[in-house]
Design a protein around this ligand. Structure first.
Ligand code: KG4
Length: 319
C-alpha cells in the first residue's frame, strides 16, 4: 500500500551517474543527477575508482539540494528505494551505505531494487496504467544486453543475453577506434547516414536462436579500421560507423523478431542507454505499433526508474 502523501526517495549509483529522485505518492517531484562522464572521457571509458569517488563527493549534496528545495523534513520520508545490483561494486556501496544511514536516522523503510528490472519499466514512468503484461523487453546498455519476457512484476524471464560484449560497449569501442569521444553511442547515432550504411561486417549471420554475441562484429570493425590505418588509406568514418550501426541493430532486431514468433506478447519495450538509438527505435516501431520506449532522460542510469519500480511494487503489494 502507498498513500498519496507518502514521501519516497530513490537512489541510483550503479555506474558513473549519482542520481536521486523524490516522489510524493506515485508522483515524481524531481530528479537530480550528477554524472562523472566528463572525467571518464579523459580515459575513454568508466574508471570504477573515479566513479566511486565522485559518488562519495556528490551524493549528500544532491540529497541536501532536493530536500531543501522542496522543503522536505527528512523525518517525513516513508520509503527509500536504492539499487543494489547489478553494477560496479564500489559505486553500489556508496549508494547502499547512504541509503542505510538515511533509513537508520529517519526510520524510513528501505527497499533494494534490481537496476535491470528498473530499466524494464522505465518506458512507463508517468504512464504506469499503460503497462500490459506480457511484453517483450530489450535492455541494452554499456554493461548489459538482455531480452526479457515480462509476464508480471514478479515473473520476469530472460530469453537471451550476451555471452560477451554488451551493445553499448561495442559502440564505445568502435567510436574510440574512429577517434570519437566517449560515450560513442550518441556520436555514432548522430552521424548515421543510411545511404552510407552499405558495408557488411559479419559474413555469417548467427542463427536466430543463438545467444547474443557482439565480439565478432566488434573485432571485424576494429580490424577493418586498423588495416586502413596500417596501409595509410583514407578512413571514411561515416561509412564505417553507419554500416556498423546498421549491422549491429539488425542483430538486435533479428532476435526480437524470433522471440515475437515464439511468444505472443502485447508489445515490445526498450530500456537502457542504447534504447536512445534512433535506428533501433525506428526498426522496432516498424515491427510493433504499440512499442514503448523511455523518454531520453530515462534511457541511461537514473533514480526515477528505481523509485518508479519501487513504488509500483509497493502499490501492487509485491514489496
Ligand atoms: O544505461 P547506460 O547509461 O549506462 C550503463 O551502461 O550503465 O548506457 C550507456 C551506454 C553507452 O555505452 C552509450 O554509448 C550507449 O549507452 N548509448 C547509445 C546511445 N546513447 C547512449 N548507444 C547507441 N545509440 C545511442 N543513441
Amino acid at each position: 500500500m502507498l498513500t498519496n502523501e507518502e514521501i519516497s526517495v530513490s537512489i541510483e549509483s550503479s555506474c558513473d551517474d549519482t542520481s536521486i529522485c523524490i516522489f510524493k505518492g506515485i508522483n515524481l517531484m524531481e530528479m537530480k543527477t550528477i554524472s562523472s562522464i566528463q572525467l571518464q572521457q579523459l580515459y575513454g571509458g568508466v574508471v570504477p575508482e573515479i566513479a566511486s569517488r565522485e559518488h562519495l563527493k556528490n551524493i549528500h549534496v544532491i540529497f541536501d539540494e532536493l530536500i531543501t528545495k522542496h522543503q522536505i523534513d527528512p523525518l517525513s520520508i516513508s520509503n527509500i528505494f536504492c539499487t543494489n545490483e547489478p553494477g560496479l561494486p564500489g559505486s553500489l556501496h556508496i549508494g547502499i551505505l547512504f541509503a542505510r544511514t538515511l533509513a537508520f536516522l529517519t526510520k524510513a523503510k528501505l527497499y533494494f531494487i534490481n537496476h535491470l528490472h528498473a530499466h524494464i519499466f522505465s518506458a512507463f514512468i508517468n504512464d504506469y496504467e499503460s503497462i500490459k503484461f506480457p511484453f517483450q523487453c530489450l535492455v541494452a546498455s554499456g554493461g548489459n544486453t538482455i531480452l526479457y519476457l515480462v509476464n508480471s512484476f514478479k515473473d520476469i524471464q530472460i530469453l537471451n543475453e550476451t555471452v560477451d560484449d554488451a551493445v553499448g560497449e561495442v559502440y564505445d569501442k568502435v567510436a574510440r577506434a574512429l577517434g570519437w569521444t566517449y560515450p560513442g553511442g550518441p556520436c555514432i547515432d548522430n552521424n548515421y547516414d543510411p545511404q552510407k550504411a552499405d558495408m557488411v561486417f559479419l559474413r555469417n549471420k548467427p542463427t536466430s536462436s543463438a545467444p547474443f554475441s557482439f565480439s565478432g562484429i566488434k573485432t571485424a570493425v576494429l580490424n577493418h579500421i586498423n588495416q586502413l590505418k596500417m596501409k595509410s588509406l583514407e578512413i571514411d568514418e561515416k561509412k564505417i560507423s553507419s554500416s556498423f550501426q546498421k549491422n549491429i541493430i539488425e542483430l538486435l532486431i533479428d532476435k526480437i523478431k524470433y522471440y515475437s514468433k515464439l511468444h505472443e506478447t502485447n508489445s515490445i519495450v526498450l530500456g537502457g542507454g542504447v534504447s536512445a538509438n534512433s535506428l533501433l527505435r525506428q526498426m522496432v516501431s516498424e515491427l510493433d505499433n504499440n512499442f514503448k520506449y523511455p523518454e531520453l532522460k530515462y534511457t541511461g542510469d537514473n533514480a526515477a526508474m528505481i523509485g518508479f519500480l519501487g513504488i509500483l511494487l509497493k502499490k501492487e503489494g509485491v514489496l
